[in-house]
Design a protein around this ligand. Structure first.
Ligand SMILES: Cc1cc2nc3c(=O)[nH]c(=O)nc-3n(C[C@H](O)[C@H](O)[C@H](O)COP(=O)(O)OP(=O)(O)OC[C@H]3O[C@@H](n4cnc5c(N)ncnc54)[C@H](O)[C@@H]3O)c2cc1C
Length: 314
């Protein structure tokens, strides 16, 4: 029997669940506050420039994820950046679009509440119930957003899951730089020991990226990001650039400079279980905060949840 499934959050966790349900013949509607899919597997575009300013690469160790990644490698949605490190091509979010195929997508919709009655779940934004296929009533609802954002949504449904409350994230400020000349960086990816900078990647070295401009992504350390969390991107960008120059010895002036704040970037403490699921009301939750700070962990969480729910809903 076809069920209507609502998934709030179209990052890797929500999409992994969506794929399972869709493959089994259920009708999936994905809600996301962003215009694009992929969540933190994001690509920022600025004119002809592009930057993977969130997740930098991903691994594929689990059997099901490996199978999907092999398909995306063959289909051109993924490339291998380094041995065992994969990236979406032409941008990080390409696998997200592949996973969402066949699902209904409600983009640019910030969900504020979930209401349940005898007909099932309705999903609300600031304007009220969101109009969706199937008259907006869902047999099951899945929260696939970072734990701190899932807590208030679960509360609107009268649920407080303590493992969700345990999970925590470190923030990350990301700096995007473009140069018209190739830089003398010792490697395409670096994890320096530095108070402000935790990661430097030559983004333009990734497969299927333009080599015409040298693009670089710099991630601040969790401590630096926390200390400067509420500053504006315009304030943060020149300070992180100064730290990058100091560390790398590169004095060239970038032709493009921008900073982006990820308030919930990398999981520091997990819920310690692959997903949460209240079978009596058919409400569940998944995400990287269940298993660890990685794209693949988010996939495993959403995939495991969908398998369990399908077994029970059947
Ligand atoms: C700077 C940075 C670097 C990283 N580097 C790596 C790396 O190199 N390798 C790696 O494996 N992982 C990395 N990660 C971690 C990886 O990106 C995440 O673990 C993974 O993408 C999380 O997927 P998710 O589906 O759990 O959450 P998300 O990707 O955050 O998806 C959640 C989605 O929910 C949406 N949402 C939130 N609230 C609402 C709401 N109220 N209504 C509607 N939609 C909502 C968001 O817009 C988002 O699209 C990095 C992350 C960051 C930020």
């Amino acid at each position: 029997m076809t069920r209507q499934i609502a998934i709030i959050g179209a990052g890797m966790a929500g999409l992994a669940a969506a794929r399972r349900f869709n493959d089994a013949g259920h009708a999936v509607t994905l809600f996301d506050k962003s215009r694009g899919l992929g969540g933190r597997m994001a690509t920022r575009r600025a004119g002809a420039l592009q930057f993977d300013h969130g997740a930098q690469y991903f691994t594929a160790r689990g059997e099901r994820f490996r199978e999907l990644v092999d398909g995306w490698l063959a289909g051109g949605q993924v490339g291998e950046w380094d041995n065992g490190s994969y990236v979406g091509t032409p941008g990080m979010s390409a696998p997200a679009r592949a996973l969402a195929a066949g699902c209904s997508i409600v983009a640019g919709s910030q969900v504020t509440a979930l209401h349940r009655d005898d007909a099932g779940w309705t999903i609300h934004d600031a304007e009220g119930p969101v109009a969706t296929p199937g008259n907006g009533s869902f047999a099951a609802a899945i929260l696939a957003v970072p734990a701190p954002q899932a807590i208030p949504l679960a509360a609107t449904a009268g649920i407080a899951w303590s493992p969700m409350q345990q999970a925590s994230y470190a923030p990350c400020w990301a700096l995007m730089l473009a140069f018209d000349k190739s830089l003398d960086l010792p490697s395409d990816r670096m994890r320096p020991e530095h108070a402000a900078i935790g990661w430097i990647a030559r983004d333009s070295s990734k497969p299927a990226r333009s080599r015409e401009t040298e693009t670089v992504v710099v991630h601040a350390t969790p401590d630096w990001s926390r200390a400067n969390l509420e500053d504006s991107p315009d304030d943060v960008a020149p300070r992180l650039l100064a730290a990058f120059r100091d560390l790398s010895g590169i004095a060239a002036k970038p032709g493009f400079l921008a900073a982006h704040r990820w308030r919930y970037a990398l999981v520091e403490r997990t819920a310690g279980q692959p997903f949460l699921w209240d079978e009596t009301i058919a409400l569940s939750a998944c995400g990287d905060w269940c298993l660890g700070p990685r794209v693949e962990a988010a996939f495993e969480s959403g995939d495991a949840l969908a398998r369990e729910m399908m077994a029970k809903l059947a």
